[in-house]
Write a protein that binds this ligand. Structure first.
Ligand code: FAD
Length: 467
């Protein structure tokens, strides 16, 4: 009899695992339980759906439930929420409108993802307070935008914040949190004519990027008429039934709507209830093969820890590539070829209106010192293309290295959108992952041609300055 591989959660990690396992071992019975109606969707595209650049939620789906069932022979059960795992009996219990099912497994993957956090402040349950963690959240937000605009879609990609050319703005609206979702949504809402107020509790947006990157992004948000409140701990979302104002220690800002972009937390309840070990990051602990403390039970994606390539320690950075890669590795392991899936460098990118930014590794002295290094950091700004080339801008690169060994630890880059901060970060990701030194990076044979960079690419300039 063939083995049964059960997957809990039908998005990036879960469906990557299911597809890979079935492809490598067609005899395997693969059963996926997904509590929602959507599978294999790109939540990363939701801000652009709300903005209006992507017309339908269906466009965010890479493989439909029908394709999984009919073409990939995966027993996909949408509308099924797994409510218990019994590692001793090797079963999971799922609930649906049709009742309860108990499904046995030989191999199990927990791929339950992460949930948008709701901060412990008054008023988060008022009407008009949103999060953006799921497809249905995206749908609700787009409906809100359409309602607030009287059904009219305003978004015109080439024209920037609509408030800059409209006689009256819509809103105002408040965004709580200056991370990548808050910033992407500031762009999405501004493009639709909303007056946007963004509240960040620390003194910089984009925590985890360099000061230079955060400042460049903050300056650009202000240029785009986003009203930015730094060091602004939100104390209350005030109002009667509906939200009326965002309240901080210093301000009471009237708003018609508030979006909480305050981070995510891993969905670990199922694992915890099953006695599976949770790591110190708060996500499910796994070994290099993503196997949890329970035999033949794996965890991958936003619910699980990874290992940081610089520190070698457990790290929790919930991003899409890790979910896909670790899910795929689990699928391959279950199908008979043990596969690790690799560590993470915490590489992330964000577009903020007409600016792009990337970060990787341990950025800045504080993160490096916390990990036990004696860091040196340098920031340079250089032209993004040859000076005589008709287009171009600048790239600002911050590199952090270990003083004694010269080992490259982290980087943060920012440029105008299209001027290559994000693509340039990839060379640095390679260097960091391989444990290269700054001197090694300085000698990298990067491509050069005037429309793309200068002879000495800004990454090489930064390495030269730091070495
Ligand atoms: P999820 O995508 O969260 O999927 C988990 C699935 O499990 C869900 O479908 C859920 O319904 C299901 N589930 C949970 N519990 C149960 C249960 N008990 N029973 C059955 N089913 C269950 N990442 C990037 O790398 N770049 C980006 O630009 C980026 N942008 C993003 C923008 C937004 C707005 C959001 C929300 C996320 C973004 N991400 C981005 C993060 C990225 O989407 C996630 O890292 C990725 O989706 C994680 O995949 P996953 O499969 O681990 O979890």
């Amino acid at each position: 009899m063939s083995d049964t591989f059960v997957v809990v959660g039908g998005d990036a990690a879960g469906m990557a695992a299911a597809s890979k396992a079935k492809r490598d071992d067609p005899d395997l019975d693969v059963v996926v339980f997904e509590k929602g109606e959507w599978v294999s969707y790109g939540a990363c595209g939701l801000p652009y759906y709300v903005k209006g650049e992507i017309q339908s939620l269906d466009h965010l789906v890479s493989v439909t439930p029908e394709e999984f069932r009919e073409e990939r022979d995966v027993d996909l059960r949408t509308g099924h929420e797994v409510v218990a795992i019994d590692p001793d009996d090797r079963t999971v219990t799922a609930e649906s409108d049709d009742g309860e099912v108990v499904q046995s497994y030989d191999h199990l993957l927990i791929a339950t993802g992460a949930a948008a956090t709701v901060p412990p402040i008054a008023g988060t349950d008022r009407e008009g307070v949103y999060t953006l963690g799921s497809m249905s959240d995206g749908k609700e937000l787009r409906e809100y935008v359409a309602r607030a605009r009287g059904g009219e879609s305003l978004q015109q990609p080439d024209r920037g914040p609509a408030c800059q050319y409209l006689e009256t703005c819509t809103g105002p609206v408040g965004i709580v949190g200056g991370g990548y979702i808050g910033i992407e949504m500031a762009e999405a809402l501004a493009a639709n004519g909303f007056e946007v107020h963004l509240f960040q509790r620390g003194d910089a947006v984009l925590t985890g990027f360099s000061d230079a990157t955060s400042e460049a992004v903050a300056d650009h948000l202000r240029e785009q008429d986003v009203v930015l409140y730094l060091d602004a701990e939100v104390e209350e979302l005030a109002g009667e039934d509906e939200i009326e104002a965002v309240v901080t220690a210093d301000d009471r800002v009237p708003v018609d709507m508030a979006l909480l972009g305050t981070g995510v937390r891993p969905r670990t309840a199922l694992a915890e209830d099953a006695g599976i070990e949770i790591g110190e990051t708060g996500a499910i602990a796994t070994d290099a093969y993503r196997e949890t403390s329970a035999p033949d039970v794996y965890a991958a994606g936003d619910c699980a820890e990874s290992t940081h390539v610089v520190t070698g320690e457990p790290a929790y950075v919930p991003l899409a590539l890790t979910a896909n890669r670790h899910g795929r590795a689990v699928g391959q392991t279950v199908a008979g070829t043990p596969t690790e899936g690799g560590g993470i460098a915490g590489t992330a990118a964000v577009k903020a209106f007409d600016v792009e930014a990337a970060r990787t590794g341990l950025v800045g002295p504080r993160a490096a010192r916390t990990a036990g290094f004696d860091p040196v950091t340098e920031t340079i700004t250089a032209k993004s293309r040859a000076g005589y080339y008709p287009e171009g801008g600048t790239v600002t690169v911050t590199l952090t290295a270990d003083r004694d060994s010269g080992r490259l630890l982290g980087a943060s880059l920012v440029s105008e959108y299209g001027e290559g901060a994000v693509h340039r970060s990839h060379a640095i990701v390679g260097a960091i992952t391989e444990g290269a030194t700054v001197a090694d990076l300085e000698n990298y044979d990067l491509a050069y041609a005037p429309p793309f960079n200068t002879t000495w690419d800004p990454v090489l300039v930064a390495a030269k300055v730091l070495s």
